[in-house]
Design a binder for this molecule. Structure first.
Ligand code: B1M
Length: 209
């Protein structure tokens, strides 16, 4: 399968064409994860590199992101082959000050697909909102950050959980492009996941630990 057409349509921000391309690829029997990795995520990586090089700016990045989201919407049912039994309750959000939600949505989608109940807290989520989610039954907190400047909010959330005496009641998983295992160790999170499929595997392990 040649993914270049979908790839270029994401970069050019052509949402209807991306939607049509993803539908056609699925109809031709191409796997959803293959489309995701080789067309959608690959295109966003290219966008990131061009942005860094100063070849494009925020508006172009935003329309490319919208085009990617349009493709993701079509992939969702194929990625989320829901299992019957709820594997656990996960409250997921992008941390305070950070508006990037594509990776967070992808992780939520994959978790949902592997049987987790998802409380999607959205973007720009304060430590207090994560704390409330634990009071409302979340067994795992999933925090996403795409900016080095917003990563410290993960540590603030852990502090808020300790101050509310809830830290022992919940597992905390973190992720996002600038986040690392070292950072997770440093701030005392229970786990780091580098991508959406490992997030699913790790969330299951956290429920068993
Ligand atoms: Co932004 N942006 N952006 N941006 N943006 C980055 C992150 C950047 C790396 C681009 C660059 O310079 N190369 C850079 C950050 C630099 C840094 O801090 N180190 C950057 C910047 C600087 C900014 C602004 C400050 C730009 C400005 O205004 N001057 C601004 C900040 C706004 C804010 O948040 N307050 C900004 C704005 C935006 C847009 C709004 C235009 C748009 C976001 C639209 C949206 O999300 N709805 C945007 C985009 C699209 C990007 C890039 C191009 C793509 C991000 C993306 O969606 N990737 C990005 C460059 C890049 O990362 N290549 C960039 C695809 C996605 C599937 O990957 O999110 O990494 P990712 O998620 C992965 C894993 O990380 C992991 O699983 C996912 C799937 O495998 N994962 C988890 C993510 N969360 C997880 C949670 C988990 C586990 C795993 O557990 C809970």
């Amino acid at each position: 399968m040649d993914f270049m057409e979908i790839y270029h349509n994401v970069i050019d921000g052509q949402a209807p064409e991306v939607e049509a391309g993803v539908k056609a690829a699925l109809a031709a029997g191409v796997g959803a994860e293959e489309i995701l990795n080789n067309a959608l995520i690959a295109a966003m990586n290219e966008i990131g590199q061009r942005f860094e090089a100063g070849d494009l700016f925020v508006p172009e990045m935003l329309i490319a992101a919208r085009a990617m989201q349009a493709g993701l919407k079509i992939l969702k049912p194929a990625l989320a082959k829901a299992e019957v039994k709820a594997a656990g309750k996960v409250a997921i959000g992008t941390v305070k000050g950070d508006l990037h939600d594509i990776g967070k949505n992808l992780v939520a989608m994959m978790l949902e697909g592997s049987g987790f109940e998802i409380m999607d807290l959205g973007v720009d989520v304060t430590p207090e909102a994560f704390v409330s989610a634990v009071r409302n039954g979340a067994q795992i907190i999933g925090m996403s950050a795409l900016l080095t400047t917003t990563m410290p909010s993960m540590e603030s959330t852990l502090k808020a959980l300790r101050e509310a005496s809830l830290r022992e009641k919940v597992k905390v998983m973190i992720g996002g492009a600038p986040v690392t295992q070292d950072y997770a160790n440093k701030i005392g999170a229970d786990a780091f996941a580098p991508d959406a499929s490992s997030a699913t595997r790790i969330a299951r392990q956290l429920m068993e630990s």
